[in-house]
Design a binder for this molecule. Structure first.
Ligand SMILES: Nc1ncnc2c1ncn2[C@@H]1O[C@H](COP(=O)(O)OP(=O)(O)OP(=O)(O)O)[C@@H](O)[C@H]1O
Ligand SMILES: [Mg+2]
Length: 141
């Protein structure tokens, strides 16, 4: 069996400054990236594997989005993914704590929020479906 993992990562990152809780914040980003990579494992075609990272700030908030083309989140579980121990992965692959912990960090420690949507993006002439997570953090938390 040939196993490949060639994901195209696109970055569009403005300088943002909110690092009172740098380590916690990095943990959140890693959780979201890990989920994106996990979702892309099931995508067969390397030309359809994308992770898109964006960061910018407006007057009030820093906004970081992490989007993938891994198929998105089924609507019927959309409102459960932030629950502790909610997972659709095999026992050995996930415990369902990543998004719960990420939301705890962002909402309780940074007074922010994590939102999620399914998106369609066009790459190489094809529309690809995926999940898009948006972290919003007030600049003065
Ligand atoms: N980018 C994504 N694309 C599709 N589904 C996702 C994505 N991110 C999260 N999910 C869904 O949300 C569920 C919960 O995610 P969460 O990160 O909390 O737990 P996990 O990844 O299953 O396990 P853990 O993070 O503890 O290793 C996942 O099992 C998956 O069904
Ligand atoms: Mg996870």
């Amino acid at each position: 069996m040939l196993v490949t993992n060639s994901i195209t990562v696109e970055k569009n990152i403005e300088h943002i400054r909110l690092f009172n809780l740098k380590n916690e914040f990095i943990q959140v980003i890693l959780n979201l990236l890990k989920n994106a990579v996990d979702a892309l494992i099931d995508v067969f075609d390397d030309d359809e594997k994308f992770i898109i990272i964006e960061a910018y700030q407006d007057e009030a908030n820093a906004i970081i989005t992490i989007s993938d083309t891994g198929g998105g989140i089924p609507v019927k579980i959309m409102n459960r993914i932030f629950e502790p121990y909610f997972t659709t992965k095999h026992q050995s692959q996930g415990t369902g704590i990543g998004l719960f912990m990420s939301m705890e960090i962002v909402s309780k420690h940074m007074k922010g929020f994590i939102g999620v949507d399914n998106i369609e993006i066009k790459r190489n002439g094809t529309y690809l479906t995926g999940a898009s997570f948006r972290i919003t953090i007030p600049l003065e938390y």
